[in-house]
Design a protein around this ligand. Structure first.
Ligand SMILES: NC(=O)C1=CN([C@@H]2O[C@H](COP(=O)(O)OP(=O)(O)OC[C@H]3O[C@@H](n4cnc5c(N)ncnc54)[C@H](OP(=O)(O)O)[C@@H]3O)[C@@H](O)[C@H]2O)C=CC1
Ligand SMILES: O=C1O[C@H](COP(=O)(O)O)[C@@H](O)[C@H](O)[C@H]1O
Length: 600
């Protein structure tokens, strides 16, 4: 896995650079037209003031002067490439070295060469009432007379299910944050769509009341919010009515003002109405001259069959490249950082295998229950073997005179529900690198803490000279790398250290990268990153159908078994550390959950 693929803007810059570099150095290229292309681009490229600031600096000697000049002339701002992906530096390593080169991005990310991935098939045209793809910008220009690179295009973002919890809590605030940060295109409109009757003013009022996002306390927030709200509109309609979506289409067109129109639909509705909404949106409200993309929320089915059926149904109306399956955890800052941490730090490279790692833990806990959202199945995933799974359900608990409800007290939940609100599982990766290393996962609601973290526990130092000097349990005195996704983002490495003084006593200390202390910049919400990616057509953090199939094929057999055998979940008190069974499961593999010890 590499950071920055050829499907990303960074990857594309890299590709372009490598192609040109190869052709100008006389290195045989897969395509004989590369030299022509390079010459052509050279003639086409202009340099504006801003581009000069952003232009890449070619540092390394082996790069031909002509390539250097060409690269410096790339007009980034007019190429439709997001500033966040622009390179700060570019260098090519010596030809003696087997690496080709990397592009350092402005935000510190690194783009490296990977196999090309065909990505863009998102432009749609309506032909004989059927939707088919426009696969290239050239074709689009030919068909519609539009140039995608001109900023005269517009993006309409329709939040389907705008009256709902997710829309209020996450989607509108994220859109506002993007607007505040100047990340949305010049011409954009936000439409709320749902069955509830609302006027534009009422939607704006609803949105303004719930715009509790990280931007709240920033400069000119009120002013910016007013500007943003002026771009928000509402249309009421049914999710299964093509007629209602035709009406939405009309309204969208009015705002698009004859520009090339790109349309993003965010399906923030219950899954049973996904297909109706997709059918209606694609048949009656998809863009006639730009791209149409649809963000689909979880859950993506409940097992292999239902997930495949959902994908099949979606694909009746959309191509895979138009479907953006969102799991917002993939957009969390520290999840994005995982591959950087792993692949840009040589210290981890030799350690990253069964030889040094004894277990990996993925922990997700919430300190609140379902709170009226108990209708769906929550932690219904499981690993391959039933004996490697523990499921639990929270029960009522009284603490400090307060009664905390049981899962089955939720009015959206049947009293006899066996739905798990907690699951723990042990999984193994069947390859040479990870053979025998347990990957333990647990996730649950109504637990003692709210956290999401990844813990990589290392093995013992063989024949440790200082065994006798540990004040603590030797078994726990192994290195541990903790990636705290939330709250209070941090990456820390537990090491053994001499306690200062004349004696020789060791303790456990942390080498700590605490984000709040290290970086002054606020961390964007995952929905901001993912919405921006969807607008830019960046699919890297969205789930492809084959990935989804692979995930379901792991979990479906055990889910069936749990259901068929009517396994009763182990009850745990609201606010506790979860079912005791999870500790036995870990103990079976000689593991202690890293989040439960005295020092974490
Ligand atoms: N809320 C969250 O934190 C998260 C939600 N999700 C997913 O996002 C999607 C939206 O979630 P959320 O906002 O909580 O959902 P809601 O239950 O709030 O539903 C969203 C809107 O859909 C409409 N709706 C609800 N039920 C029905 C129904 N049975 N038939 C037709 N329309 C209905 C309602 O609008 P109206 O009546 O006005 O048409 C409602 O406001 C779901 O797929 C959910 O699984 C994923 C992660 C987190
Ligand atoms: O996707 C989901 O995530 C939320 C938690 O999101 P967070 O970013 O606030 O940690 C969870 O409550 C919900 O059940 C789940 O569907």
């Amino acid at each position: 896995m590499f950071v920055g693929s050829h499907s990303s803007p960074a990857g594309k810059i890299y590709d372009e650079y490598v192609e040109r570099s190869r052709s100008l150095r006389g290195v045989p290229c897969p395509s004989s037209t590369l030299q022509e292309k390079a010459e052509q681009s050279k003639a086409e490229l202009n340099l504006t003031h801003e581009d000069k600031r952003l232009t890449a600096i070619v540092q390394d000697e082996p790069v031909n002067e002509e390539i250097k000049q060409q690269f410096q002339r790339i007009n980034f701002s007019s190429s439709g490439i997001s500033k966040r992906f622009l390179p700060a530096k570019l260098f090519s390593q010596s030809r003696k070295n087997s690496y080709h080169g990397v592009v350092l991005m402005q935000d510190g990310a690194v783009a490296m060469p990977v196999n090309p991935v065909e990505n863009e098939a998102s432009f749609k045209k309506v032909k004989d009432g059927l939707l088919s793809s426009i696969t290239s910008a050239e074709e689009l220009k030919e068909t519609a007379g539009f140039d995608v690179n001109k900023d005269e295009s517009t993006v309409s973002i329709t939040v389907v299910g705008a009256s709902g919890d997710l829309a209020k809590k996450k989607i509108f605030p994220a859109l506002f944050a993007l607007y505040y940060e100047d990340c949305l295109p010049k011409h954009f409109t936000v439409f709320g769509y749902a069955r509830s009757k609302m006027t534009d003013a009422e939607l704006r009022n609803m949105v303004s009341k719930t715009l509790t996002c990280r931007i709240d306390k920033r400069e000119n927030c009120g002013e910016k919010m007013d500007q943003f709200l002026k771009r928000c509109f509402y249309d009421s309609g049914q999710y299964d009515s093509e007629e209602n979506f035709t009406q939405l289409d009309k309204k969208l067109k009015e705002h698009e003002g004859g520009r090339l129109s790109n349309r993003l639909f965010y399906l923030s509705i219950p899954p049973n109405i996904f297909i109706d909404a997709v059918r209606c949106a694609s048949m009656s409200a998809s863009s006639a001259n730009g791209w149409t993309r649809v963000i689909v929320e979880k859950p993506f089915g409940r097992d292999s069959e239902s997930s495949a059926a959902l994908t099949k149904a979606l694909k009746q109306y959309l191509e895979e490249d138009q479907i953006f399956r969102i799991d917002h955890y993939l957009g969390k800052e520290l999840v994005e950082n995982l591959s950087v941490l792993r692949f840009s730090n040589l210290i981890f490279e030799p350690l990253w295998s069964r030889q040094y790692i004894r277990n990996v833990q993925l922990i997700f806990s919430e300190d609140f229950g379902t709170e009226g959202r108990g209708g769906s199945k929550f932690y219904d995933q499981g690993p391959i073997r039933l004996e490697d799974v523990v499921i639990g359900q929270y029960k009522s608990h009284i603490k400090g005179g307060i009664t905390y409800p049981a899962y089955t007290d939720d009015k959206t939940v049947p009293k006899d529900s066996l739905t798990p609100t907690f699951a723990a599982a042990a999984l193994f990766i069947d390859n040479a690198r990870w053979d025998g290393v347990p990957f333990l996962m647990k996730a649950g609601k109504a637990l003692h803490s709210k956290r999401a973290e990844i813990r990589v526990q290392f093995r013992h130092v063989p024949g440790n000279l200082y065994n006798r000097n540990f004040g603590t349990d030797l078994d726990r005195a192994t290195n541990e790398l903790v990636i705290r996704v939330q709250p209070d983002e941090a990456i820390y490495l537990k090491i053994n250290n001499k306690v200062p003084g004349l004696g020789m006593r060791l303790d456990r200390s942390n080498l700590n990268l605490h984000y709040a202390a290290r970086y002054s910049k606020e961390i964007p919400d995952a929905y901001e990153r993912l919405l921006l990616d969807a607008i830019e057509g960046e699919r890297r953090l969205f789930i492809r159908s084959d990935e989804l199939d692979a995930a379901w094929s792991l979990f479906t057999p055990v889910l069936k078994e749990l259901e068929e055998k009517k396994i009763i979940p182990e009850y745990y008190p609201y606010g506790s550390r979860g079912p005791v069974g999870a500790h036995y499961l870990a103990a079976r593999y000689n593991v202690k959950w890293g989040d439960l010890g005295a020092e974490q």
